[in-house]
Design a protein around this ligand. Structure first.
Ligand SMILES: NC(=O)c1ccc[n+]([C@@H]2O[C@H](COP(=O)([O-])OP(=O)(O)OC[C@H]3O[C@@H](n4cnc5c(N)ncnc54)[C@H](O)[C@@H]3O)[C@@H](O)[C@H]2O)c1
Ligand SMILES: [Zn+2]
Length: 349
């Protein structure tokens, strides 16, 4: 059972870890927040280690990460008479972690919460950094707060029931962490085929990288921005496809975003051509040659003008100076973003 950074436990004995945490802490009441899938697939893995508790079940999916669902959660917490001595366990992916944490942080000015992330994405990314929140109107994570869970208990056992596309979505963030800060790890990942990926090791590595970065810049005023590599274009793609019949999962959009931003890195910084080619080929190998609908390329480029990292109307990207080395606040033009998207289209055939 590794405990790093403080508060994050990675274990293959999840039931024991939950029991250990709960027996070491006093609380007046225990609530467990799940969605329909995590109730079915994940709750049975910890059920035996839970003392008396009640369950709050919400519908799964990003479309439910909103105020209406928060109201459902707060209603139930109120109905159960949860007081400030209570604990909420958030058992699920990033949606449950972000929204359950947000609900706990607001309820009666804050009750304790423990996150048990059950998707690879939530384990390698949302598990660290203390960002909580929900979507509002058309804006992702528009309402939220920074607050850390009392404990994050991670087990890759949960990944056994995760659909392939969800696992691959989290894998994009694993690749990102290697690309921005660990060339050796990148080479290790790309040498293994899909079947031999070591998920436990990837989770440990990602948690280590992300927590190292967050520790140096908790409020994202500088260095933390490197975690956004692939996300300026990735978010723009995600947003444009959201209302189509085939929306991208977050990691799938970020994978394409990383290819585009590797192109921008080559164009604007010191990333060599051979590295651009290697990144492109590897990502296409894992994620497939999914070309973008040509009619959406221009709106996608326009979306990057709305990115949260922009200042004074300028598009600011986090880019690679080399494999394993990232930089941030690099200004790119709308034309360059379009060029990067065209580059992706040429490669993904
Ligand atoms: N707070 C942060 O720093 C941070 C970082 C990255 C992403 N996020 C947020 O995380 C969310 C995306 O997270 P996600 O991809 O985990 O989405 P998610 O929570 O919607 O989970 C994806 C799907 O997998 C199902 N599921 C979860 N665990 C399962 C399991 N073990 N077996 C079978 N099915 C399971 C869920 O029910 C859901 O249908 C986004 O809202 C994003 O904004 C937050
Ligand atoms: Zn991401």
């Amino acid at each position: 059972m590794a405990d790093f950074p403080p508060g994050v436990v990675i274990t293959d004995q999840i039931a024991t870890a939950v029991a250990k945490y709960l027996s070491a802490h006093q609380f007046s009441m225990l609530g467990v927040l799940v969605d329909d899938n995590t109730f079915k697939y994940c709750y049975p893995l910890i059920q035996e280690s839970l003392p008396q508790h009640f369950i709050i079940e919400i519908a799964s999916g990003e479309t439910h990460k909103n105020l209406q669902t928060c109201q459902q959660i707060w209603n139930e917490m109120t109905h159960q008479h949860m007081d400030r001595g209570s604990i909420l366990i958030n058992l699920g992916g990033g949606v449950i972690g972000d929204m359950g944490g947000f609900c706990a942080a607001i309820f009666k000015r804050g009750i304790r919460f423990v996150n048990i992330p059950t998707t690879l994405l939530a384990q390698v990314d949302a598990s660290v950094g203390g960002k909580l929140g929900i979507d509002f109107q058309d804006y992702k994570n528009h309402l939220g707060v920074f607050q850390h869970p009392e404990r994050v208990l991670i087990s890759t056992l949960f990944l056994n029931t995760l659909p392939f596309n969800e696992l691959r979505s989290g894998f994009a963030e694993v690749l990102k962490h290697a690309l921005i800060s660990d060339a050796e790890y990148w080479h290790k990942i790309i040498q293994a085929d899909w079947q031999s990926q070591d998920w436990a090791q990837h989770v440990e590595h990602s948690v280590e990288i992300k927590s190292g970065v967050v520790k140096q810049d908790p409020q994202e005023s500088g260095l933390r921005k490197i975690l956004n590599f692939g996300h300026t274009v990735g978010h723009a793609i995600e947003k444009e496809y959201l209302s189509t019949a085939n929306p991208f999962l977050h990691g799938e959009a970020i994978a394409i975003g990383m290819i585009c931003e590797a192109y921008l890195s080559h164009r604007k910084t010191t990333l060599g051509k051979e590295h651009l080619m290697a990144i492109t080929q590897q990502i296409l190998k894992w994620f497939g040659n999914t070309s973008l609908d040509p009619s959406l390329v221009s709106p996608i480029a326009q979306n990057t003008l709305q990115d949260k990292k922009n200042t004074n109307g300028k598009i600011k990207c986090s880019l690679l100076e080399g494999i394993g080395q990232a930089t941030f606040d690099i200004e790119v033009t709308l034309e360059e973003v379009k060029e990067a998207l065209e580059y992706y289209q040429e490669q993904a055939v």
